[in-house]
Write a protein that binds this ligand. Structure first.
Ligand code: UP5
Ligand code: MG
Length: 198
């Protein structure tokens, strides 16, 4: 596909900030295709015959960023597949939980497509921790436990926040308070997206 034909929105925020929850609402209203990098990695980990299964498992449990080649390839494939399904060359994508390291940000924008805007869901760690521990009671996610959550927070602060700062300098970031209820957060999300993309 050609970058000129696709609209990409990066959706960033700490672990448990509510990225996936807000993306689901945006899909219903704006017809985006929602691609969560974490979901794609978890699916690849489960795929029989994947050469990256063990590696992904290890990185996710430790809250570390899987080498970018793997994630970018999964995203690019998913974008191509989604476009093929619609039979159109044009599409709008929410890329959720990516890029979360500077090398990924640079490489994706160079080789796949630059982002039109970045939604950044800002949430204090204590709120995110409560949400993730609660979800961990039923999610079955290997990283929804106190120890993995601590590691994810650390990676977010040290590795992923510099990406947000980078896009802020480019004027692409809309920062949203992620602490109110999902519906309240969505009101602001909606305004931001309509304002930037129409
Ligand atoms: N919830 C949501 N919004 C709420 C609200 N406003 N009020 C109250 N509760 C709210 O929400 C989390 C929980 O909170 C849910 O129970 C929800 O109901 C509730 P969710 O919408 O799932 O939040 P989200 O930000 O999507 O949290 P998630 O856990 O998915 O964030 P992570 O960024 O940690 O997870 P992700 O799947 O993106 O990545 C997992 C791992 O994959 C990473 O740690 C990393 O190891 C790896 N990864 C890479 O290596 N490279 C990548 O590029 C991406 C991921
Ligand atoms: Mg998520």
């Amino acid at each position: 596909f050609s970058p000129a034909d696709v609209t990409v929105v990066f959706v960033l925020g700490g672990p448990g900030a509510g990225k996936g929850t807000q993306c689901a609402k945006l899909v219903d209203q704006y017809g985006f295709t929602h691609l969560s990098a974490g979901d794609l990695l978890r699916a690849e980990q489960e795929r029989p015959g994947s050469q990256f299964g063990d590696l992904i498992k290890d990185y996710i449990k430790n809250g570390l960023i899987v080498p970018m080649e793997v994630t970018i390839q999964l995203l690019e494939n998913a974008m191509t597949e989604a476009l093929q399904k619609t039979g159109s060359t044009k599409g709008r994508f929410l890329i959720d939980g990516f890029p979360r390291k500077m090398d990924q940000a640079v490489k994706f924008e160079e080789t796949v497509c630059p982002a039109k805007m970045v939604l950044f869901f800002d949430c204090p760690e204590d709120v995110m921790e409560t949400r993730l521990l609660k979800r961990g009671e039923t999610s079955g996610r290997s990283d929804d436990n106190a120890e993995s959550i601590r590691k994810r927070f650390r990676t977010f602060v040290e590795t992923s926040m510099p990406v947000v700062t980078h896009f802020e300098k480019e004027g692409k970031v809309v920062k949203l308070d992620a602490t109110p209820t999902p519906d309240q957060v969505y009101v602001k999300t909606q305004l931001a997206v309509t304002d930037k993309l129409g």
